[in-house]
Design a protein around this ligand. Structure first.
Ligand code: PCA
Length: 339
């Protein structure tokens, strides 16, 4: 999980990595040592080392390395240190890196199907989120395949709630508040609450609060605790709006180039990582809520008025989403409702 060796073996040149990464320094470029056939893969993720997703993908990388006797070495680059979040998908597609992790709903602008997991109250607990994933993964994998990307696995964040510097009873308190968002639907929700949304990546959250760019945020207990929400916020409303997922994608060409055993090892490790990740996410929810309580954050369940307010917004957002997603969106919802 550190900046390690970048082996400019996969496609392109080290200098293009340097350009797209922006933060990659010449000092990190060196030839890797190891067996002649060994393949080294760099894997960017936007999230920090201690985050449960990053811990999970690190374990995934270790499993792959073990299963291939060191033939496939995946090095995780956390916190957007190698490639920034907004560039990870295209970097994998173009082969600048062979594999990467990103939040699925970041692709909402190219295809609304990718944000089906971020529609308020469509799937807001783990059972529903799992059903939605079962109903959506084939069509999402197919859409990614068109871009020569192979979807390996996806893991949800804990349910999304609202962090503020005051108690939220009806939702009206959020009018005019500068609110941190991370995808299209968190932005839309903030808008519909009358708040002023600003997109901020997780590693930039403390600075955004410190400099007054934002005064509230929508995120999980996980990200709240990892970014020490108690340093700048006082209240967390466990509104359980939706469970957005991170996904791990591989460049199809890079995958096809692997020896068959390595392909199998990767797929097996992915299956295990998905299961482990869903369990870790569930455990994370209460553990991180407790950490927030221990640090003085007032944690509350949404009031009936707030639920009503958010549900109304949720219905409007579902209709709007369906409008954009069209027939494929309706098919997806039908498949979900059948589960
Ligand atoms: N953490 C990430 C995505 C959702 C979450 O819980 C974030 O806040 O950007």
């Amino acid at each position: 999980m550190q900046k390690r060796i970048i082996r400019p073996l996969f496609h392109s040149s080290a200098s293009s990595l340097k350009r797209i990464g922006g933060v990659l320094t010449a000092a990190t470029l060196a030839l890797s040592v190891g067996s002649a056939q060994a393949t080294d893969w760099d894997m960017p993720t936007p999230y920090g080392d201690s985050n449960f997703h990053t811990v999970n993908i690190q374990q995934f990388a270790d499993d792959v390395r073990d299963a291939t006797d060191g033939e496939l070495n995946i090095t995780i680059h956390s916190s957007g240190s190698l490639i920034k979040h907004q560039e990870i998908k295209n970097s994998v597609r173009r082969g600048l890196v062979p594999i990467g992790e990103l939040i699925m709903s970041r692709l909402a602008n190219e295809d609304p199907l990718f944000e089906v997991d971020s529609v308020p109250y469509l799937a807001s607990d783990y059972d529903q989120a799992w059903k939605l994933w079962q109903a959506s993964k084939d069509v999402l994998a197919e859409r990614l395949k068109r871009q020569r990307l192979k979807l390996l696995f996806a893991v949800p964040w804990p349910p999304q709630g609202i962090y503020t510097q005051f108690a939220v009873n009806t939702g009206d308190e959020l009018k005019g508040v500068k609110m941190r968002a991370y995808n299209k639907s968190s932005e839309q929700l903030a808008d519909l609450l009358g708040a002023l949304p600003t997109q901020v990546e997780v590693p930039d959250i403390p600075t955004a609060f410190g400099t007054g760019r934002v005064d509230a945020m929508i995120t999980s207990p996980s990200t709240g605790a990892n970014t020490r929400a108690w340093d700048y916020l006082t209240h967390f409303n466990h509104a359980q709006l939706w469970l957005p997922k991170n996904m791990v994608v591989v460049n199809a060409k890079a995958f096809d180039r692997l020896p068959e055993e390595a392909q199998k090892a990767l797929e097996n490790a992915a299956e295990v990582a998905e299961k482990r990740g869903w369990e870790a996410s569930k455990a994370e929810t209460n553990a991180k809520i407790q950490i927030m309580r221990d640090n003085g954050i007032e944690v509350s369940e949404p009031s009936p008025q707030l639920i009503k307010h958010l549900q109304k917004i949720g219905e409007a957002m579902t209709a709007e989403w369906l409008n954009r997603a069209g027939e494929s969106g309706q098919e997806l919802l039908d498949a979900y409702n059948k589960q």
